[in-house]
Design a protein around this ligand. Sequence first.
Ligand code: FES
Ligand code: FE2
Length: 373
Amino acid sequence: MEALPGISAQEIARARRPLEAAWTLPPAAYVRADIHRLEAERILRRSWAPLARVDQLAAPGDYVAMELAGQPVLVVHGLDGEFRVMANVCRHRAAPVAEGAGRRKLFTCPYHAWSYDTEGRLAAAPLMDGVADFAREDCRLTQFRSEVWQGFVMANLDPQAEPFGPQVEPLARAFEAFDIAGMVVARTLIYDSGWNWKVLVENFMEAYHHLAAHAQTLEPGFHARDSIVFDSDGPWSILHMPAAAVDAERPRLVQGLPEQQAGALFAAAAFPHFMFALHGDGMAWYQVLPLAGDRFTLKIHLCVPRYVLDLEGADHILAELEQVTAAIHAEDIVVNDLVWKGLNAPTTGQGRLAPLERSIWQMNQWWLAKMGA
Ligand code: FES
Ligand SMILES: [Fe+2]
């Protein structure tokens, strides 16, 4: 067992106990800069993260520039129809070749105008004739591992990473009826979040906090005490929040769901920070974009079945979804701010986990294993 900076063997042992006897991760796991550096190396740069929905890059040539664990990347819908994730770093003198999002046939570097096609191959490099051993084929933008899973373009900087799909097969199976792949992003809410990313993931994965943090909003419809965390043998968790009362009359936007699923709320996570909530009216994808150990951008993308966009009154439906999501997240911001304050206090130690926090326990076991603790 390797020690982690600022974390004792006893603290690790407590976090590893069976759930009934387990403690939380120690505050150092969230607040220490050296832990975050190790985490970036051992987890964030080696894990799968969702970068975009295929519907956000619907046409060949569509791209978005972003960062994946500190690496500038381009997510591109190639003219050949394939989705690729590649380094957004010119092979000449390293300038990013594009920013923002848009539609291109060629990416021309703003520095000396080397240009790359949508597959990342160098198409032209002005005034390079006569340069010894210069071959355009050697200058393709670095390609990263990527996979389309349920309409998400997933990527991983680690060339040795296990494929994503097989690791989360139970997630795909559990939510087959929702047809996640057929959903489209209809609205996006953007938040600048001043906590370690794990604070949000933990908050997302348990319904214990409905009791207090969402006492007037979620608790009446989804009682904390009824929430269930599935058994998991992989890098994922599923939280099932059954409806307190099923209103079978209410039409749902996601059609053909079994009654149990139509009224329920589900929170799914693939570790480290791929999270989506599913309900009878669609999906809220919580996209976490870590910037530092104590800061990340959160984009909550509201996704609905495609037909909903063409409904009369779609604007009204989407505005309502947006309003509910923003109100719930406002309540979560309050408690995450509180947790962050406490975690940063000088005398804070580990706490005891509640039985309803099994998903946090599941992620902690995964985190400790990945960190080599
Ligand atoms: S750095 Fe891109 S062309 Fe020179
Ligand atoms: Fe919450």
